[in-house]
Design a binder for this molecule. Sequence first.
Ligand SMILES: O=C(O)CCC(=O)C(=O)O
Length: 286
Amino acid sequence: MTVEALSPEQVASFHRDGFLVVEGGLVSEPALERLRERYELLFDREYETGIAPDEVNWVRGRDPEDRTRQLCNGWRSDNVVAAQVLHERTGRLGAQLSDWSGVRMLQDNVLWKPPGTKAIGFHQDASYAGYLVPPVMLTCWLSLHETTADAGPIEYVRGSHTWPVTPPERSQFHAPEDWLAPARASAPNGEELDTVPVVVKAGGGSFHHGLCWHGSAPNTNASVARMALVSHLVPADARFHHERADLIYSRYRKRGDLSLDESFFPVVWHETGYRTPWLAELPAID
Ligand SMILES: O=C(O)CCC(=O)C(=O)O
């Protein structure tokens, strides 16, 4: 059974902690196996649509085996991934938590963390959103495997969504030795970090506020491969900043028009019932 709405208690706990863990039911059973198969193809650079993801941070044979395998905007390359990260359910639940009237896809992440892979440095997603107005984000993290605390699942610093935004330290993102250091350095008055690993069933996951500090420890579990699929969402009415640019994503900014084009940033859910029309062409995966 999939989760179609969140309870008032779940919404309250998201606002209190800056994240919400959902034990299961965010990905349907039939979709799980189909999605896992797509990871093999994507990291072999076999792209169903003929289009490469916007960022390819690991390629088999090119990059060290102990790195977390990561792509950004795998949905442009693969329609099954697109059907999941652009799912209406994700948008609807995201809107419930954020109080936005509509939700738009900014960017996905395809993450694969086999045993022995290193950490992802702690960061705030919204610190990467300075090229947008408003510079906010809400993230949905889906696990395609059952997770354990030692398998390097995403981890949150409880309550850190109330801390100020800190500029991103890109060199500390992939495989840092001290993955918690950026969060520790940002903690007001040297506050102890209350970290919470997301331990869920396959198909479970979490939502987090754009300012909530998070990352993941190395995968020290000998048998859990740990694949995750992430939707970074923004309000449906978000626009490009007229001046501040992102090195990669501002390539989609048109001259004389600051709107986010729905071919690249589709509206996945809106309270009016609107959803970007081409999303109806994606395969049914549930
Ligand atoms: O899955 C991970 O290791 C980290 C994911 C992440 O940073 C994110 O979802 O923003």
